[in-house]
Design a binder for this molecule. Structure first.
Ligand SMILES: NC(=O)C1=CN([C@@H]2O[C@H](COP(=O)(O)OP(=O)(O)OC[C@H]3O[C@@H](n4cnc5c(N)ncnc54)[C@H](O)[C@@H]3O)[C@@H](O)[C@H]2O)C=CC1
Ligand SMILES: O=C([O-])CC(=O)C(=O)O
Length: 252
């Protein structure tokens, strides 16, 4: 049984905990003490209010489902402690120097940094961008203003530019821009829209290159406890955890 240390007892953490089968969350940590205690009681895990003590607890892997700040603060020490990590707040990796250092540490210590597919589909074959010509790659994300904690009466463009700038400005909503950039091997173009007529979290991917062309549209239902996070993102990390001990690896 794989043992998991969970960093972040929020919406995604709850979906993961509810789906435990061949893995067990044994240790939990969050900045909100009451949340850790309640979560630990409900899912029979050991609560921690001190990150070093949480990390020292024997677990096979740390799952970050908290925030870009949390991933930035803790990913390096997780690897240095000899544990693999799953990073949900992928926006943290938009800092190229930070990412390079993290990858180098993982390589040296023979550890893995897992990035879940999150709120999009297609990350598997989008990796062909690392080995073949790319003519165009655009991510167009459209969310209801409420999901972005804003108000709008009509469709409004919030951002157009490169992924790393978008992630910096909207860290809670555009992790997928960074996942797609890592997969494709370049800083992809991003448009962020809010639309009061759209009740889903929609991601459209326009990809053209040596292989031909692809258009992928994902219209995600929001998560039960956090409308900014698509339910698909929670299902994705749960699937990743359930497959950690599966010898059959599917996808590019
Ligand atoms: N990769 C992807 O495709 C996607 C990634 N995400 C990201 O996943 C993360 C988790 O999402 P949700 O569970 O919906 O968020 P949430 O807000 O429901 O839960 C986050 C939990 O982490 C805790 N937390 C925040 N900062 C912390 C820190 N520095 N140290 C310890 N605990 C901290 C909060 O108190 C909260 O309990 C977010 O960063 C979100 O932006 C969300 C959707 C898609
Ligand atoms: O959940 C989503 O649809 C996407 C999202 O918030 C993110 O990429 O951070």
């Amino acid at each position: 049984m794989i043992t998991v240390g969970l960093l972040g007892c929020g919406n995604i953490g709850r979906v993961i905990a509810a789906g435990q089968e061949n893995f067990k969350i044994t240790a939990v940590y969050d900045v909100v003490p009451a949340r850790v205690e309640e979560f630990a009681r409900e899912f029979d895990a050991k609560p921690f209010s001190d990150f070093s003590a949480f990390l020292a607890e024997p677990t096979d892997i740390i799952v970050e489902a908290a925030s870009v700040v949390a991933a930035t603060e803790h990913a390096q020490e997780v690897l240095e402690s000899g544990k693999d990590i799953v990073i949900m707040s992928v926006g943290a990796l938009a800092d190229k120097e930070f990412r390079a250092h993290l990858v180098e540490t993982a390589r040296e210590l023979k550890r893995k940094i897992h990035i879940p597919s999150g709120a999009v589909m297609g990350l598997d074959n989008i990796r062909i961008g690392q080995i073949s010509r790319v003519d165009k790659f655009v991510l167009r994300t459209t969310k209801n203003p409420k999901s972005l904690s804003r108000e709008a009466t009509e469709r409004t463009q919030l951002f157009a530019g490169k992924a790393h700038d978008c992630v910096r400005q909207y860290p809670k909503n555009t992790n997928v821009a960074e996942s797609l950039s890592i997969a494709c091997g370049r800083d992809v173009d991003v448009e962020l829209w809010m639309d009061p007529e759209e009740d889903r979290n929609m991601h459209e991917i326009f990809f053209e290159g040596e292989f031909g062309e692809a258009y992928i549209r994902i219209r995600n239902l929001p998560s039960p406890d956090n409308p900014a996070t698509s339910y698909l993102a929670a299902l994705s990390i749960l699937t990743l955890l359930k497959n950690l001990d599966n010898p059959l690896v599917i996808g590019a």
